[in-house]
Design a protein around this ligand. Structure first.
Ligand code: 13P
Length: 287
């Protein structure tokens, strides 16, 4: 059964480790992530962007697929199904479809409007026992085709949003989605420290988990980060393994590739990436 992310994140924050959010794009990714979490006895959050939700035939299909897998694969570790960077309408649609967690990304609205919309969704999630993530300060890079430049969060604004009763808070601290450029300045630990000081026990979320050096990940966790999002790194490992398989030309004697075999190396590569991240984040054995 899907669970809200609240309990796993409260435990992670107290235990000084982070739960990985791995974005899903299809059946193979979802299965690989769930099997790895089960094997490593780690809690896990499955992230679904609005674009990936559309690709997978809508949120109800995603809920059906994930619930089916939890049962058929005998998954017993805590799993939350979470909307990633949701719009106000997208968040409502996921609540109705049976997600156990949502992110409302109101960071592009003026702070008053972000507060107002977040407040309404906090209420809806409270009633249904779902977890909710809010965002303050922009996270740079590309997310579903929208490219933004990073912007560090204002710690006072973080406190205002945290006080609305959200479960977790994504604060921009110089992190960006996708690959980090050569001249990247690194994470702003000063901002993270100030946000943590203002928000206390609130589990903080680090987006753009691909390509952040391990020492920075560990330091971020020590400063209150309890959830780390990873997407691009799974995409890269999936791509590399699939490309290699095609180059080796293992098709069915001229009848084309067997789709199940074609996607298998990519699925294995995702398992390896997820394992590496769970070990780095310290969530192994914490289910
Ligand atoms: P990366 O694609 O950089 O791993 O970031 C994922 C993310 O933050 C999703 O919200």
């Amino acid at each position: 059964m899907l669970v809200s992310a609240k309990e796993m994140l409260t435990k992670a924050k107290a235990g000084k480790y982070a739960v990985g959010q791995f974005n899903i794009n299809n059946l193979e990714w979802t299965k690989s992530i769930l099997q790895t979490a089960q094997e490593l006895q780690s809690p896990v959050i499955l992230g679904v962007s609005e674009g990936a939700g559309k690709y997978m035939c809508g949120y109800k299909t995603v809920v059906g697929m994930v619930n089916g897998m939890l049962e058929e694969l005998n998954i017993t570790v805590p799993v939350a199904l979470h909307l990633d960077h949701g719009s106000f309408e997208g968040a409502k649609a996921c609540i109705n479809a049976g997600f156990s967690s949502i992110m409302f990304d109101g960071s592009h609205y003026p702070i008053e409007e972000n507060i107002e919309k977040t407040k309404q969704l906090v209420h809806a999630c409270d009633v249904l026992g779902l977890s909710i993530e809010a965002e303050v300060g922009a996270i740079g890079g590309e997310e579903d085709g929208v490219v933004g430049t990073g912007e560090c969060a204002d710690p006072d604004e973080c406190k205002m949003i945290a006080d609305l009763g959200v479960t977790m808070l994504a604060a921009g601290i110089g992190n960006i989605h996708g690959k980090y450029p050569e001249n990247w300045q690194g994470l702003s630990f000063e901002t993270l420290d100030a946000v943590q000081a203002k928000t206390g026990d609130m589990p903080l979320v680090l987006h753009g988990g691909t390509g952040i050096p391990s020492d920075m990940i560990k330091k971020a966790i020590s400063l209150g980060v309890a959830k780390i999002n990873v997407n691009t790194e799974c995409q890269l490992s999936f791509q590399e393994a699939t490309r290699k398989y095609i180059e080796e030309g293992k098709d069915l004697q001229g009848k084309g590739f067997d789709p199940r075999k074609l996607l298998a190396p990519g699925a294995e590569a995702i398992k390896a990436t997820v394992k590496e991240k769970m070990e780095l984040f310290g969530s192994v054995g914490k289910a």
